[in-house]
Ligand binder design. Structure first.
Ligand code: TNX
Length: 514
Protein backbone atom coordinates (compact mmCIF):
# COMPACT_ATOMS: atom_id res chain seq x y z
CA UNK A 1 0.00 0.00 0.00
CA UNK A 2 1.32 3.43 -0.95
CA UNK A 3 0.47 4.85 2.47
CA UNK A 4 3.37 2.84 3.88
CA UNK A 5 5.78 5.11 2.04
CA UNK A 6 5.02 7.85 4.55
CA UNK A 7 5.95 5.74 7.53
CA UNK A 8 9.65 5.62 8.38
CA UNK A 9 10.73 1.98 8.35
CA UNK A 10 11.61 0.58 11.74
CA UNK A 11 15.40 0.59 11.89
CA UNK A 12 15.86 -2.95 13.09
CA UNK A 13 19.21 -4.57 12.44
CA UNK A 14 19.61 -6.14 9.05
CA UNK A 15 16.87 -4.12 7.46
CA UNK A 16 17.83 -1.76 4.65
CA UNK A 17 17.57 1.86 5.74
CA UNK A 18 16.17 4.52 3.40
CA UNK A 19 18.74 6.35 1.34
CA UNK A 20 19.50 9.90 2.49
CA UNK A 21 18.16 12.70 0.32
CA UNK A 22 20.87 15.10 1.41
CA UNK A 23 24.35 14.26 0.14
CA UNK A 24 27.31 14.41 2.52
CA UNK A 25 28.84 17.27 0.54
CA UNK A 26 25.67 19.42 0.68
CA UNK A 27 27.00 21.58 3.49
CA UNK A 28 27.37 25.38 3.67
CA UNK A 29 30.07 26.48 4.29
CA UNK A 30 31.79 23.75 2.28
CA UNK A 31 33.82 21.49 4.57
CA UNK A 32 37.55 21.00 4.12
CA UNK A 33 37.24 17.26 3.38
CA UNK A 34 34.21 15.12 2.58
CA UNK A 35 34.36 11.37 1.99
CA UNK A 36 30.96 9.78 1.34
CA UNK A 37 30.50 6.07 1.91
CA UNK A 38 27.70 4.36 0.01
CA UNK A 39 25.37 2.19 2.02
CA UNK A 40 26.43 3.73 5.34
CA UNK A 41 23.47 6.04 5.92
CA UNK A 42 22.31 6.44 9.51
CA UNK A 43 18.69 6.61 10.62
CA UNK A 44 17.66 8.61 13.66
CA UNK A 45 14.95 6.78 15.65
CA UNK A 46 12.82 7.28 18.74
CA UNK A 47 15.44 5.23 20.59
CA UNK A 48 18.48 7.26 19.57
CA UNK A 49 20.55 8.42 22.53
CA UNK A 50 23.05 11.29 22.43
CA UNK A 51 26.16 10.09 24.23
CA UNK A 52 28.91 12.41 25.37
CA UNK A 53 32.44 12.26 26.66
CA UNK A 54 32.13 13.14 30.35
CA UNK A 55 32.86 16.87 30.25
CA UNK A 56 30.74 19.99 30.42
CA UNK A 57 31.61 21.23 26.93
CA UNK A 58 30.35 18.04 25.28
CA UNK A 59 27.27 17.92 27.54
CA UNK A 60 26.43 21.51 26.62
CA UNK A 61 26.65 20.84 22.88
CA UNK A 62 24.66 17.62 23.30
CA UNK A 63 21.90 19.60 24.97
CA UNK A 64 21.91 22.03 22.06
CA UNK A 65 21.77 19.18 19.55
CA UNK A 66 18.84 17.62 21.37
CA UNK A 67 17.07 21.00 21.42
CA UNK A 68 17.59 21.28 17.66
CA UNK A 69 16.31 17.80 16.86
CA UNK A 70 13.45 17.28 19.32
CA UNK A 71 10.84 19.74 17.98
CA UNK A 72 10.68 18.34 14.43
CA UNK A 73 11.36 14.67 15.21
CA UNK A 74 9.32 14.50 18.39
CA UNK A 75 11.93 12.00 19.67
CA UNK A 76 13.09 12.15 23.30
CA UNK A 77 16.82 12.05 22.45
CA UNK A 78 18.14 11.73 25.99
CA UNK A 79 21.72 12.79 26.68
CA UNK A 80 23.89 10.26 28.50
CA UNK A 81 27.47 10.28 29.72
CA UNK A 82 29.91 7.84 28.18
CA UNK A 83 30.62 7.24 24.49
CA UNK A 84 30.95 3.48 24.15
CA UNK A 85 32.29 1.81 21.07
CA UNK A 86 30.14 -0.84 19.49
CA UNK A 87 26.75 0.28 20.72
CA UNK A 88 24.66 0.91 17.66
CA UNK A 89 22.16 3.61 16.96
CA UNK A 90 23.61 6.49 18.93
CA UNK A 91 25.02 9.93 18.25
CA UNK A 92 28.30 10.38 20.13
CA UNK A 93 29.92 13.75 20.84
CA UNK A 94 33.46 13.46 22.13
CA UNK A 95 36.11 15.95 23.16
CA UNK A 96 39.42 14.50 22.08
CA UNK A 97 43.04 15.54 22.28
CA UNK A 98 43.84 16.36 18.68
CA UNK A 99 46.12 19.14 17.56
CA UNK A 100 45.20 18.92 13.88
CA UNK A 101 41.54 19.71 14.44
CA UNK A 102 42.57 23.12 15.81
CA UNK A 103 40.44 25.32 18.07
CA UNK A 104 37.33 25.19 15.84
CA UNK A 105 37.70 22.04 13.73
CA UNK A 106 35.76 18.80 14.01
CA UNK A 107 35.47 15.37 12.53
CA UNK A 108 32.12 13.77 11.77
CA UNK A 109 31.67 10.09 10.99
CA UNK A 110 28.36 8.66 9.89
CA UNK A 111 27.89 4.90 9.62
CA UNK A 112 24.71 2.87 9.60
CA UNK A 113 25.63 1.98 13.19
CA UNK A 114 25.95 5.48 14.59
CA UNK A 115 27.19 9.03 14.29
CA UNK A 116 30.30 10.36 15.99
CA UNK A 117 31.46 13.97 16.23
CA UNK A 118 34.94 14.63 17.59
CA UNK A 119 36.64 17.93 18.33
CA UNK A 120 39.31 19.35 20.58
CA UNK A 121 36.99 22.08 21.89
CA UNK A 122 33.34 22.79 22.58
CA UNK A 123 33.38 25.19 19.62
CA UNK A 124 34.55 22.40 17.33
CA UNK A 125 31.79 20.09 18.57
CA UNK A 126 29.26 22.88 18.10
CA UNK A 127 30.33 23.45 14.50
CA UNK A 128 30.25 19.70 13.89
CA UNK A 129 26.68 19.67 15.14
CA UNK A 130 25.79 22.46 12.68
CA UNK A 131 27.05 20.21 9.89
CA UNK A 132 25.11 17.24 11.27
CA UNK A 133 21.99 19.38 11.31
CA UNK A 134 22.39 20.30 7.65
CA UNK A 135 22.74 16.64 6.70
CA UNK A 136 19.25 15.83 7.96
CA UNK A 137 16.23 16.56 5.75
CA UNK A 138 15.08 20.21 5.66
CA UNK A 139 12.00 19.34 7.75
CA UNK A 140 14.30 19.04 10.77
CA UNK A 141 14.12 22.85 10.93
CA UNK A 142 10.41 22.76 11.67
CA UNK A 143 9.52 24.05 15.15
CA UNK A 144 6.68 21.50 15.35
CA UNK A 145 6.61 17.73 14.70
CA UNK A 146 7.16 17.04 11.01
CA UNK A 147 6.95 13.92 8.89
CA UNK A 148 10.41 12.92 7.85
CA UNK A 149 12.76 10.06 7.23
CA UNK A 150 15.47 11.22 9.60
CA UNK A 151 18.37 9.92 7.58
CA UNK A 152 21.97 11.14 7.55
CA UNK A 153 24.23 10.29 4.59
CA UNK A 154 27.11 7.94 5.39
CA UNK A 155 30.79 8.85 5.31
CA UNK A 156 33.15 11.25 7.04
CA UNK A 157 33.74 14.96 7.10
CA UNK A 158 36.81 16.61 8.54
CA UNK A 159 36.70 20.31 8.72
CA UNK A 160 38.19 23.49 10.15
CA UNK A 161 38.03 27.17 9.21
CA UNK A 162 40.26 29.11 6.85
CA UNK A 163 40.04 32.33 8.91
CA UNK A 164 39.62 32.78 12.67
CA UNK A 165 37.32 35.83 12.39
CA UNK A 166 34.00 35.24 10.62
CA UNK A 167 31.32 37.74 11.40
CA UNK A 168 28.27 39.80 10.66
CA UNK A 169 27.35 43.26 11.85
CA UNK A 170 23.92 44.45 12.87
CA UNK A 171 23.36 48.22 12.95
CA UNK A 172 20.99 48.63 15.91
CA UNK A 173 21.45 52.40 15.87
CA UNK A 174 19.65 53.47 12.68
CA UNK A 175 16.76 51.21 13.61
CA UNK A 176 16.66 49.62 17.02
CA UNK A 177 16.25 45.85 17.29
CA UNK A 178 15.21 44.32 20.60
CA UNK A 179 16.93 41.43 22.36
CA UNK A 180 14.80 38.64 20.77
CA UNK A 181 15.67 39.88 17.28
CA UNK A 182 19.37 39.96 18.12
CA UNK A 183 19.22 36.43 19.57
CA UNK A 184 17.62 35.22 16.37
CA UNK A 185 20.40 36.80 14.33
CA UNK A 186 22.90 34.97 16.54
CA UNK A 187 21.09 31.71 15.70
CA UNK A 188 21.52 32.53 12.01
CA UNK A 189 25.25 33.16 12.45
CA UNK A 190 25.66 29.87 14.30
CA UNK A 191 24.05 27.88 11.48
CA UNK A 192 26.78 29.03 9.13
CA UNK A 193 29.70 28.75 11.57
CA UNK A 194 30.13 32.49 11.92
CA UNK A 195 31.78 33.32 15.22
CA UNK A 196 31.56 37.11 15.66
CA UNK A 197 28.56 39.42 16.02
CA UNK A 198 29.54 43.07 15.64
CA UNK A 199 26.91 45.35 17.17
CA UNK A 200 26.97 48.90 15.81
CA UNK A 201 25.61 50.34 19.06
CA UNK A 202 25.79 54.07 18.44
CA UNK A 203 25.25 56.46 15.59
CA UNK A 204 23.68 59.81 14.78
CA UNK A 205 20.15 58.45 15.10
CA UNK A 206 20.50 56.54 18.36
CA UNK A 207 22.63 55.47 21.32
CA UNK A 208 21.65 51.90 22.21
CA UNK A 209 23.62 50.84 25.29
CA UNK A 210 23.05 52.01 28.87
CA UNK A 211 26.11 53.68 30.39
CA UNK A 212 25.85 54.25 34.17
CA UNK A 213 28.31 57.13 34.28
CA UNK A 214 26.56 58.99 31.44
CA UNK A 215 22.90 57.93 31.82
CA UNK A 216 21.44 60.41 29.35
CA UNK A 217 23.28 58.72 26.46
CA UNK A 218 20.75 55.90 26.36
CA UNK A 219 17.79 57.67 28.00
CA UNK A 220 17.88 60.72 25.75
CA UNK A 221 20.18 59.62 22.93
CA UNK A 222 18.39 56.28 22.55
CA UNK A 223 14.86 57.65 22.26
CA UNK A 224 14.61 57.84 18.49
CA UNK A 225 15.61 56.26 15.20
CA UNK A 226 15.55 56.78 11.45
CA UNK A 227 12.10 57.89 10.35
CA UNK A 228 11.05 59.05 13.82
CA UNK A 229 10.20 55.72 15.47
CA UNK A 230 10.57 55.21 19.23
CA UNK A 231 14.07 53.70 19.17
CA UNK A 232 15.22 52.05 22.38
CA UNK A 233 18.33 50.82 24.07
CA UNK A 234 19.80 47.76 25.82
CA UNK A 235 20.00 47.81 29.58
CA UNK A 236 23.17 46.32 31.00
CA UNK A 237 21.23 43.10 31.65
CA UNK A 238 19.88 43.05 28.08
CA UNK A 239 23.41 43.35 26.78
CA UNK A 240 24.65 40.63 29.15
CA UNK A 241 21.88 38.35 27.87
CA UNK A 242 22.98 38.91 24.30
CA UNK A 243 26.62 38.26 25.17
CA UNK A 244 25.77 35.08 27.10
CA UNK A 245 23.47 33.71 24.39
CA UNK A 246 26.17 34.39 21.81
CA UNK A 247 28.86 32.75 23.94
CA UNK A 248 26.78 29.58 24.26
CA UNK A 249 26.84 29.47 20.46
CA UNK A 250 30.57 30.22 20.26
CA UNK A 251 29.89 33.70 18.94
CA UNK A 252 31.93 36.62 20.30
CA UNK A 253 30.18 39.99 20.55
CA UNK A 254 32.18 42.92 19.16
CA UNK A 255 30.61 46.13 20.48
CA UNK A 256 31.14 49.33 18.51
CA UNK A 257 31.00 52.86 19.83
CA UNK A 258 31.42 54.94 16.70
CA UNK A 259 33.86 57.83 17.34
CA UNK A 260 34.60 60.70 16.81
CA UNK A 261 31.97 61.06 14.06
CA UNK A 262 28.52 59.45 13.90
CA UNK A 263 27.94 60.90 17.38
CA UNK A 264 24.93 63.15 16.95
CA UNK A 265 22.79 61.08 19.36
CA UNK A 266 25.42 61.47 22.09
CA UNK A 267 25.45 65.23 21.50
CA UNK A 268 21.67 65.44 21.92
CA UNK A 269 22.19 63.97 25.40
CA UNK A 270 25.33 65.90 26.39
CA UNK A 271 25.82 69.24 24.66
CA UNK A 272 29.12 69.62 26.53
CA UNK A 273 30.67 67.12 24.05
CA UNK A 274 29.70 69.22 21.03
CA UNK A 275 32.20 71.62 19.46
CA UNK A 276 29.78 74.52 20.14
CA UNK A 277 28.65 73.07 23.51
CA UNK A 278 25.02 73.15 22.38
CA UNK A 279 22.89 70.00 22.44
CA UNK A 280 21.20 69.65 19.03
CA UNK A 281 17.69 68.24 18.47
CA UNK A 282 17.43 64.52 17.57
CA UNK A 283 18.27 63.44 14.03
CA UNK A 284 16.04 60.97 12.18
CA UNK A 285 17.43 61.28 8.64
CA UNK A 286 20.07 59.18 6.89
CA UNK A 287 22.89 61.58 5.99
CA UNK A 288 26.36 60.76 7.29
CA UNK A 289 29.51 62.67 8.21
CA UNK A 290 28.11 65.80 9.83
CA UNK A 291 28.58 65.14 13.57
CA UNK A 292 31.59 64.80 15.87
CA UNK A 293 32.60 65.00 19.49
CA UNK A 294 35.05 67.84 20.20
CA UNK A 295 38.54 66.33 19.84
CA UNK A 296 40.13 69.35 21.55
CA UNK A 297 38.16 68.98 24.78
CA UNK A 298 39.40 66.90 27.74
CA UNK A 299 35.77 66.21 28.62
CA UNK A 300 35.53 64.20 25.38
CA UNK A 301 38.30 61.85 26.51
CA UNK A 302 36.66 61.39 29.94
CA UNK A 303 33.52 60.40 28.04
CA UNK A 304 35.42 57.99 25.81
CA UNK A 305 37.23 56.40 28.75
CA UNK A 306 34.05 56.06 30.82
CA UNK A 307 32.02 54.55 27.98
CA UNK A 308 34.72 52.14 26.78
CA UNK A 309 35.58 51.21 30.38
CA UNK A 310 31.98 50.25 31.16
CA UNK A 311 31.61 48.43 27.88
CA UNK A 312 34.82 46.47 28.45
CA UNK A 313 33.55 45.45 31.88
CA UNK A 314 30.36 44.07 30.27
CA UNK A 315 32.15 42.38 27.36
CA UNK A 316 34.17 39.20 27.90
CA UNK A 317 35.45 39.10 24.31
CA UNK A 318 38.80 40.60 23.32
CA UNK A 319 37.56 43.35 20.98
CA UNK A 320 36.35 46.94 21.34
CA UNK A 321 35.40 48.64 18.06
CA UNK A 322 35.85 52.43 18.05
CA UNK A 323 34.31 53.12 14.63
CA UNK A 324 36.32 55.94 13.11
CA UNK A 325 34.43 56.18 9.81
CA UNK A 326 33.30 59.31 8.04
CA UNK A 327 34.41 61.96 10.54
CA UNK A 328 34.46 64.38 7.63
CA UNK A 329 34.39 67.52 9.78
CA UNK A 330 37.49 66.66 11.82
CA UNK A 331 40.82 67.74 10.25
CA UNK A 332 43.18 64.81 9.51
CA UNK A 333 45.77 65.71 12.17
CA UNK A 334 43.14 66.16 14.89
CA UNK A 335 41.47 62.95 13.74
CA UNK A 336 44.68 60.88 13.93
CA UNK A 337 45.47 62.29 17.37
CA UNK A 338 41.95 61.42 18.54
CA UNK A 339 42.21 57.86 17.24
CA UNK A 340 45.62 57.35 18.84
CA UNK A 341 44.25 58.48 22.18
CA UNK A 342 41.17 56.26 21.80
CA UNK A 343 43.45 53.33 20.93
CA UNK A 344 45.39 53.94 24.17
CA UNK A 345 42.13 54.06 26.12
CA UNK A 346 41.12 50.70 24.65
CA UNK A 347 44.54 49.22 25.43
CA UNK A 348 44.14 50.38 29.05
CA UNK A 349 40.95 48.28 29.29
CA UNK A 350 42.96 45.21 28.27
CA UNK A 351 41.08 44.90 24.98
CA UNK A 352 42.25 44.96 21.38
CA UNK A 353 41.08 47.84 19.23
CA UNK A 354 39.10 47.43 16.03
CA UNK A 355 38.21 50.36 13.78
CA UNK A 356 36.94 51.01 10.28
CA UNK A 357 39.88 51.34 7.90
CA UNK A 358 39.75 55.15 8.11
CA UNK A 359 41.83 54.77 11.29
CA UNK A 360 44.73 53.40 9.17
CA UNK A 361 46.80 56.63 9.21
CA UNK A 362 46.96 56.65 13.03
CA UNK A 363 50.01 55.13 14.72
CA UNK A 364 49.98 51.38 15.17
CA UNK A 365 48.80 50.01 18.49
CA UNK A 366 49.42 46.45 19.62
CA UNK A 367 47.20 43.98 17.77
CA UNK A 368 44.94 46.53 16.13
CA UNK A 369 42.46 45.40 13.53
CA UNK A 370 41.14 47.47 10.63
CA UNK A 371 37.76 46.66 9.16
CA UNK A 372 38.16 47.38 5.48
CA UNK A 373 35.04 48.47 3.59
CA UNK A 374 36.60 49.81 0.40
CA UNK A 375 35.23 49.05 -3.02
CA UNK A 376 38.38 48.77 -5.11
CA UNK A 377 41.39 46.56 -4.60
CA UNK A 378 43.94 49.33 -4.10
CA UNK A 379 44.34 51.03 -0.75
CA UNK A 380 47.94 52.08 -0.11
CA UNK A 381 47.10 53.73 3.23
CA UNK A 382 45.57 50.51 4.57
CA UNK A 383 48.39 48.41 3.08
CA UNK A 384 50.86 50.67 4.89
CA UNK A 385 49.02 50.23 8.19
CA UNK A 386 49.24 46.47 7.63
CA UNK A 387 53.00 46.76 7.09
CA UNK A 388 53.12 48.57 10.44
CA UNK A 389 51.40 45.58 12.07
CA UNK A 390 47.64 45.95 11.61
CA UNK A 391 45.47 42.99 10.63
CA UNK A 392 42.35 43.26 8.46
CA UNK A 393 38.79 42.13 8.64
CA UNK A 394 37.40 42.34 5.12
CA UNK A 395 33.98 43.87 4.49
CA UNK A 396 34.29 45.17 0.92
CA UNK A 397 31.16 47.27 0.45
CA UNK A 398 30.58 46.07 -3.12
CA UNK A 399 30.59 42.40 -2.06
CA UNK A 400 29.86 42.10 1.65
CA UNK A 401 27.49 44.99 2.48
CA UNK A 402 24.18 43.32 3.15
CA UNK A 403 22.32 46.64 3.04
CA UNK A 404 22.95 46.87 -0.71
CA UNK A 405 20.03 45.89 -2.92
CA UNK A 406 20.14 42.53 -4.69
CA UNK A 407 18.69 44.00 -7.88
CA UNK A 408 17.19 47.31 -9.03
CA UNK A 409 13.74 46.27 -7.83
CA UNK A 410 14.77 45.17 -4.31
CA UNK A 411 12.23 47.03 -2.15
CA UNK A 412 14.70 48.11 0.57
CA UNK A 413 18.41 48.82 0.71
CA UNK A 414 21.04 51.08 -0.84
CA UNK A 415 22.99 50.92 -4.08
CA UNK A 416 25.90 53.32 -3.52
CA UNK A 417 28.33 50.36 -3.62
CA UNK A 418 26.42 48.69 -6.44
CA UNK A 419 23.91 45.89 -6.54
CA UNK A 420 24.96 42.71 -4.73
CA UNK A 421 23.39 39.51 -5.93
CA UNK A 422 24.48 36.18 -4.46
CA UNK A 423 27.20 35.63 -7.01
CA UNK A 424 28.71 39.03 -6.29
CA UNK A 425 28.62 38.30 -2.56
CA UNK A 426 30.42 35.01 -3.21
CA UNK A 427 32.89 35.71 -6.00
CA UNK A 428 35.90 37.30 -4.33
CA UNK A 429 38.82 36.08 -2.26
CA UNK A 430 39.47 37.62 1.16
CA UNK A 431 43.03 36.31 1.03
CA UNK A 432 44.04 38.36 -2.02
CA UNK A 433 41.45 41.11 -2.20
CA UNK A 434 43.47 44.17 -1.13
CA UNK A 435 46.69 44.82 -3.05
CA UNK A 436 49.77 44.63 -0.84
CA UNK A 437 47.94 42.85 1.99
CA UNK A 438 49.15 39.26 2.38
CA UNK A 439 46.69 36.51 3.34
CA UNK A 440 48.37 36.08 6.72
CA UNK A 441 47.41 39.66 7.63
CA UNK A 442 43.75 38.84 7.00
CA UNK A 443 42.01 37.92 10.21
CA UNK A 444 38.79 37.20 8.41
CA UNK A 445 35.57 38.53 6.93
CA UNK A 446 32.46 40.30 8.10
CA UNK A 447 29.14 41.07 6.44
CA UNK A 448 27.72 44.36 7.77
CA UNK A 449 24.00 45.07 7.76
CA UNK A 450 23.35 48.81 8.02
CA UNK A 451 19.75 49.51 8.81
CA UNK A 452 18.77 52.93 7.49
CA UNK A 453 16.14 51.14 5.37
CA UNK A 454 15.80 47.93 7.37
CA UNK A 455 13.22 48.20 10.10
CA UNK A 456 11.91 44.75 11.03
CA UNK A 457 13.10 41.23 11.75
CA UNK A 458 11.70 40.00 8.43
CA UNK A 459 13.58 42.75 6.59
CA UNK A 460 16.80 41.81 8.39
CA UNK A 461 16.38 38.19 7.32
CA UNK A 462 15.47 39.19 3.76
CA UNK A 463 18.78 41.05 3.44
CA UNK A 464 20.79 38.31 5.23
CA UNK A 465 19.47 35.37 3.24
CA UNK A 466 20.78 34.08 0.95
CA UNK A 467 23.89 36.32 1.01
CA UNK A 468 25.10 35.73 4.55
CA UNK A 469 25.96 32.07 3.80
CA UNK A 470 28.10 33.27 0.87
CA UNK A 471 30.22 35.44 3.15
CA UNK A 472 30.30 32.66 5.75
CA UNK A 473 31.68 30.27 3.16
CA UNK A 474 34.43 32.74 2.20
CA UNK A 475 35.41 32.93 5.86
CA UNK A 476 35.30 29.21 6.59
CA UNK A 477 35.99 27.12 3.50
CA UNK A 478 39.39 26.39 1.97
CA UNK A 479 39.89 28.30 -1.27
CA UNK A 480 40.16 25.00 -3.14
CA UNK A 481 36.43 24.43 -2.58
CA UNK A 482 35.49 27.79 -4.17
CA UNK A 483 33.15 27.13 -7.05
CA UNK A 484 30.08 29.18 -7.93
CA UNK A 485 28.13 26.36 -9.57
CA UNK A 486 28.71 24.05 -6.63
CA UNK A 487 27.90 26.74 -4.09
CA UNK A 488 24.71 27.70 -5.92
CA UNK A 489 23.50 24.10 -5.87
CA UNK A 490 24.36 23.55 -2.19
CA UNK A 491 22.74 26.84 -1.23
CA UNK A 492 19.54 25.91 -3.08
CA UNK A 493 18.88 23.18 -0.52
CA UNK A 494 18.78 25.80 2.23
CA UNK A 495 15.65 27.49 0.90
CA UNK A 496 13.41 24.73 2.27
CA UNK A 497 15.33 24.87 5.58
CA UNK A 498 14.65 28.60 5.95
CA UNK A 499 11.05 28.06 4.92
CA UNK A 500 10.64 25.31 7.53
CA UNK A 501 12.21 27.53 10.20
CA UNK A 502 10.03 30.54 9.30
CA UNK A 503 13.01 32.59 8.12
CA UNK A 504 12.25 35.24 5.51
CA UNK A 505 14.61 35.17 2.52
CA UNK A 506 15.03 36.60 -0.94
CA UNK A 507 14.32 34.03 -3.64
CA UNK A 508 17.31 35.08 -5.74
CA UNK A 509 16.68 34.07 -9.36
CA UNK A 510 20.31 32.86 -9.72
CA UNK A 511 19.73 30.03 -7.25
CA UNK A 512 18.00 26.81 -8.42
CA UNK A 513 15.63 26.62 -5.45
CA UNK A 514 13.88 23.25 -5.34
C1 TNX B 1 28.66 53.96 5.12
S1 TNX B 1 30.80 52.15 5.57
C2 TNX B 1 28.76 53.91 6.51
C3 TNX B 1 27.52 53.81 7.29
C4 TNX B 1 26.30 53.73 6.43
C5 TNX B 1 26.59 52.86 5.23
C6 TNX B 1 25.38 52.62 4.38
C7 TNX B 1 30.81 52.85 6.96
C8 TNX B 1 31.84 52.44 7.87
N1 TNX B 1 29.91 53.79 7.22
O1 TNX B 1 27.44 54.88 8.18
O2 TNX B 1 25.26 53.19 7.19
O3 TNX B 1 27.58 53.47 4.47
O4 TNX B 1 25.67 51.69 3.40
Amino acid sequence: PTGDLLVPPAPTAGRAAPVARVRLGDVVPAPERVAPVAGADFVLTPDTVIRVSPDDAARAVAGQLADLLRPATGYPLPVADGTRAGTGGDIALALVDSADLGPEGYRLDVTSDGVRVEAATGAGLFFGVQTLRQLLPAAVESPTPAAGHWVLPGGSVSDRPRFPYRGAMLDVARHFFGVPDVLRVIDHLARYKLNHLHLHLTDDQGWRIAVDSWPRLAEVGGAGEVGGGPGGHYSRDDYRRIVAYAAERHVTVVPEIDLPGHTHAALTAYGELAPDRVAPPPYTGTEVGFSYVDPTSERTYEFVADVLGELAALTPGPWLHIGGDEAFKVRPEAYAAFVERAQRIVAATGRTVVGWHQIAPAAHSEGRVLQWWGTGGEDPVTADAVRRGARLVLSPANHAYLDMKYAPDTPIGHDWAGLIDVRRAYDWDPGTHVAGVPADAVLGVEAPLWTESVASRAEVEFMLFPRLPAIAELGWSPRATHDWAGFRDRLAGHGPRWAAAGVAFHRSPEIPWP
